[in-house]
Design a protein around this ligand. Structure first.
Ligand code: DGL
Length: 255
């Protein structure tokens, strides 16, 4: 059983890839929607939430956890790896494939303020993207819009235009909520700009990690979805990814 969590529904963009790659596994998903967004909260706050969520998922029987949130990965993954004796897979800021794909030598990254502040992002840029110019855009307002089920066309255009004006020909979706806006981001960017969603690479990495663990899946394809906040948007989005999900797969939790 694999645990997957995010500040809200964004991590479903990663679960979608996990479920497609490893449909035989059991999954527990936690959307921390009551505490969303994480983007500008303190590290201590995000670590405290991570601790509670992982303890809850362990009580459900997970054997590995995917931190399907760039912001939580930046703030809390070192703490989680130190504190719990299971493997954790985090989100990688996909600047390496972006740097390789760019012909203009300019890469746009759309993420939260906390992701840009994290040492993981800084180190990755230094290691893999030192020969391209990175245009960083904080996608303020986008996470909240996805949580509400809105498409904020005006904001998308503003952020994408800002990156294109600087010459970016690749845009990295540095937040797991943003693949839900990928079509609109791609439309605003136009056909000459490539959009990179790191979720498939994270799913592939998760498979490598869980392949090393004895398979204790139930064979029943258990899918449990929990939200600390609004259930409707979680249910609607998860069901749009997997229509075989049932109402009884969704639960409210107070942790
Ligand atoms: N999905 C989260 C991420 O990848 C959103 C962060 C937030 O809640 O602000 O960073």
């Amino acid at each position: 059983m694999i645990g997957v969590y995010d500040s809200g529904i964004g991590g479903l963009s990663v679960w979608k890839e996990l479920n497609a790659l490893m449909p035989e596994r059991d999954y527990v998903y936690v959307a921390d929607s009551a505490h969303c967004p994480y983007g500008e909260k303190s590290s201590d706050y995000i670590i405290e939430r991570a601790d509670r969520i992982v303890r809850f998922m362990l009580s459900r029987g997970v054997k590995a956890v995917v931190v399907a949130c760039n912001t939580a990965t930046a703030a809390a993954i070192s703490y989680l790896r130190r504190s719990f004796d299971i493997p954790f897979v985090g989100m990688e800021p996909a600047v390496k494939p972006a740097a390789l794909a760019s012909r203009s030598g300019v890469v746009g990254v759309l993420a939260t303020a906390n992701t840009f502040r994290g040492t993981l992002y800084r180190d990755t840029v230094m290691k893999y993207a030192s020969d391209v110019r990175i245009v960083e855009k904080v996608g303020r307002g986008l996470v909240e819009a996805v949580e509400r089920g809105d498409v904020p066309y005006g904001l998308i255009r503003e952020y994408v235009d800002g990156m294109k004006e600087e010459g970016a020909d690749v845009i990295v979706l540095g937040c797991t909520h943003f693949p839900f806006l990928e079509k609109q981001i791609a439309a605003a960017a136009g056909p000459s700009v490539r959009i990179i969603n790191p979720a498939p690479a994270v799913a592939a990495q998760t498979r490598r990690v869980v392949d090393g663990i004895r398979d204790t899946s139930s064979g029943l394809r258990i899918r449990e979805f929990y939200s600390t906040g609004d259930m409707q948007v979680l249910r609607r989005t998860a069901m749009s990814i997997d229509p075989t999900l049932k109402d009884c797969d969704f639960h409210q939790i107070n942790i």
